[in-house]
Design a protein around this ligand. Structure first.
Ligand SMILES: NC(=O)c1ccc[n+]([C@@H]2O[C@H](COP(=O)([O-])OP(=O)(O)OC[C@H]3O[C@@H](n4cnc5c(N)ncnc54)[C@H](O)[C@@H]3O)[C@@H](O)[C@H]2O)c1
Length: 243
């Protein structure tokens, strides 16, 4: 399969280019705004993986929809109007979208949903994430996914229960709140902890990514899986056969 990587000069893009051949994929276009990279992917491209910046997603995915080729989105921090462009493209092509392509985090999502459902609101949920100092969006796409899983386990709306950080005279913690906190520093690839804290005990579920290859291998697998699929939006849970 001939593929294009959007954001090929970046941390994830370089890892994707390095791993693609070992999975039988040929990178025919390395698209990036950085000097020496392709401005566009070539017409022979059979699928696209995008780990770049959300601001270029709408135009690129519309182009893939017109060409009828599958698209894997790793880019996070996507704005509502950009997500609308993704949803429109998914009417024509198979799109896989996930805030995290690692096997470990996708298993953690299942564990968090189950734990939240079993423990209920007697256990306060606090989610922390830490990433390298170059990361641009916060909180991480993965932390948002973990918060959604916790809300799904409790059968509540995340929009109504979520808070992002605390500062000032915030008062006592309301029962049922789902809190998300972002830390930045150094070269951390990606750490996430979901804490369930009651009056009597505390459970902490933690994932630590040690190498970006954990995300890159999952994204490459997702593109192979998406080839020939019906149009629509899929997640890594579909790729891994969890749903
Ligand atoms: N879903 C996941 O599993 C996962 C894992 C890691 C990172 N990410 C996300 O992937 C994205 C990239 O992460 P990174 O650490 O590689 O960042 P990075 O800053 O190292 O790389 C981004 C690359 O995109 C390029 N770029 C920016 N605007 C562009 C445009 N208009 N057209 C083409 N290229 C453009 C930049 O030049 C850069 O080379 C971020 O949104 C990050 O949050 C997702």
């Amino acid at each position: 399969m001939k593929i294009a990587i959007v954001g090929a000069a970046g941390r994830m893009g370089r890892k994707l280019c390095e791993l693609a051949p070992s999975m039988g994929l040929e990178v025919v276009s390395k698209v990036d705004v950085a000097e020496g990279f392709d401005a566009e992917w070539c017409s022979c491209t059979e699928g696209v993986i995008d780990f770049s910046h959300h601001s270029c997603l709408a135009a690129n995915i519309a182009k893939a929809a017109a060409a009828g080729i599958p698209y894997v989105i790793g880019t996070t921090g996507i704005l509502p109007e950009e997500q609308a462009a993704v949803d429109a493209a998914a009417k024509a092509i198979a799109v896989v979208q996930s805030g995290n392509y690692s096997l470990g985090v996708n298993i953690l999502l299942e564990l968090v949903e189950k734990s939240a459902s079993l423990l209920g609101e007697d256990y306060d949920i606090e989610i922390t994430e830490m990433h390298h100092c170059h990361k641009k969006d916060a909180p991480s796409g993965t932390a948002l996914m973990l918060a959604k899983s916790a809300a799904a386990g409790r059968k509540v709306s995340l929009d109504e229960k979520a808070i992002y950080g605390r500062h000032g005279d915030v008062g006592e913690r309301p029962r049922g709140e789902i809190a998300v906190h972002a830390l930045r520093g150094g070269s951390v690839v990606g750490d996430h902890t979901v804490m369930f804290a009651s009056e009597l005990e505390r459970i902490e579920l933690t994932h630590k990514a040690q190498d970006r290859a954990a995300f890159a291998a999952g994204a490459l697998k997702a593109l192979v899986w998406a080839k020939g699929r019906a149009s629509g939006i899929y997640t890594m849970r579909h790729v891994l056969g969890f749903v």
